[in-house]
Each structure stands twice: as C-alpha cells, then as structure tokens.
Design a protein. Structure first.
Lengths: 115, 122
C-alpha cells in the first residue's frame, strides 16, 4: 500500500523558534496533501490543504503566517511552525491523496513540544 | 457544509463479542464517500473500511462491516469477534466526490467525527 512518512516523529523546541515538519509520499505522487492538528483524545482538525505548485488553502481560524505550508514537489510537503509558543504544542499529522484516488494515506504524525 | 457526528465518546466490548459504533452525517450532496478510520495508541491512522454512497450494498472487510442507511444519513460500524487489538479510537469520516470546478483534481478533504474510544475487555 501507499506509504507516507513524516519527519521528525518528535521535536522539542524553545518558545520563539521555528520548526519544520516534513511529509513525504514514498511510493506514489501526491497531488494533494493535508495537514491536521490533533489534541489528546480529540479528533483531527484540518489545518490546510496543499496542492503541488500552488498556495495552500487554510481552514478558517488557522494563521497562515504562523503555519507556513510548502508543497514544492509531488512527494514532499512541509509545515513550518514559526515563532512557536507552548500553545502550539500538539500532534501534527499529514496525509496525501494519490493521483485520481479517493483514499487518503496518513503519515505517522509528529509530536511537537514547545518549551 | 457537511458535518459528521459520533455520539458515543466511549464504548466497551468483551473480547470475542460484537460491538456497533454509531455515526451520522449531514450533507446535501448525493454522491460521496464514507470511511471508518482506526487510531491505535501509536496514533497511526489506519483505514478500516470505506463505502461509496452510490453503492447500496454495505461494505465488509473481514470482521468489520457497516450499516449504511443513506436516507437516514447513518453509517455505523460493526466489529464482530472483537479482539484486544481492536482497542483504539475510531473515527467516522466523510468525503465529497465532487471535483473542484477550477482544478483538475478533487481536493479530497475529509470531515471527521469526534471519535469513539473503544475498550476491549479480556
């Protein structure tokens, strides 16, 4: 089956710094990738949708200047949390659609802790 | 806008028995996809089963089956012969089948329910 990887799996950063999370589709080309945020025992909250070569579409209430998304190739999307604060601590999950497919393939997630 | 509701925050089942997780949704669309995802403690999202709205037959995957009631907008998941490894959080999800008018591909955005935590008792 299709595999999506995320790197890093865990990251701890200091308040005020920026951190980048990578999402890669390993064995397929992902025309669309999605970034979610999940708090403990809660559902996934869609942050943004990114299409290769175009600007990401952010969900209402998500600060696009704080959560920078880049989808530079058909296999890589990145989420950069800028000027991180403790309230940005969360579990971030990416997923990807294959070309022409209706199934989403999920990465294993990244746990971000901001101290 | 579409919404998905899972009204059971927690459920428990005895090992080897059957449990049904409920999901209702709201949409004005006639064609769409519905999914059940499992999220074990590892937090990796795993697709359990999917249903295309145009198909009348309920989807089945081994011990997992759905009861899809399109008119009632209900999509419940039945787990038979429950196993300890079935313990997880389960999410119901909706996806439109419409393609974007201005794009060449469907955005494929998933709308998730709140989730149901399933405990399996030995």
């Amino acid at each position: 089956g299709a595999v999506v990887s995320q790197h890093p799996s865990r990251v701890i950063c200091k308040s005020g710094t920026s951190v980048k999370i990578e999402c890669r589709s390993l064995d397929f080309q992902a025309t669309t990738m999605f970034w979610y945020r999940q708090f403990p025992k809660q559902s996934l909250m869609l942050m943004a949708t990114s299409n290769e070569g175009s600007k990401a579409t952010y969900e209402q209430g998500v600060e696009k200047d704080k959560f920078l998304i880049n989808h530079a190739s058909l296999t890589l999307s990145t989420l950069t949390v800028t000027s991180a604060h403790p309230e940005d601590s969360s579990f971030y999950i990416c997923s990807a659609n294959g070309q022409g497919g209706y199934e989403q393939y999920f990465g294993p997630g990244t746990r971000l802790t901001v101290t | 806008a579409q919404t998905v509701t899972q009204s059971q925050p927690e459920m428990s089942v005895q090992e080897a028995e059957t449990v049904t997780l409920s999901c209702t949704y709201d949409t004005s669309e006639s064609d769409y996809y519905l999914f059940w995802y499992k999220q074990p403690p590892s937090r990796q999202m795993i697709l359990v089963i999917r249903q295309e709205a145009y198909k009348q037959q309920n989807a089945t995957e081994n011990r997992f089956s759905v009861n899809f009631q399109k008119a009632a907008k209900s999509f419940s998941l039945k787990i038979s012969d429950s196993q300890l490894g079935d313990a997880a959080m389960y999410f119901c999800a909706y996806r439109s089948s419409k393609r974007r008018v201005y794009g060449s591909s469907n955005t494929g955005k998933l709308i998730f329910g709140q989730g149901t935590t399933l405990q399996v008792k030995p």
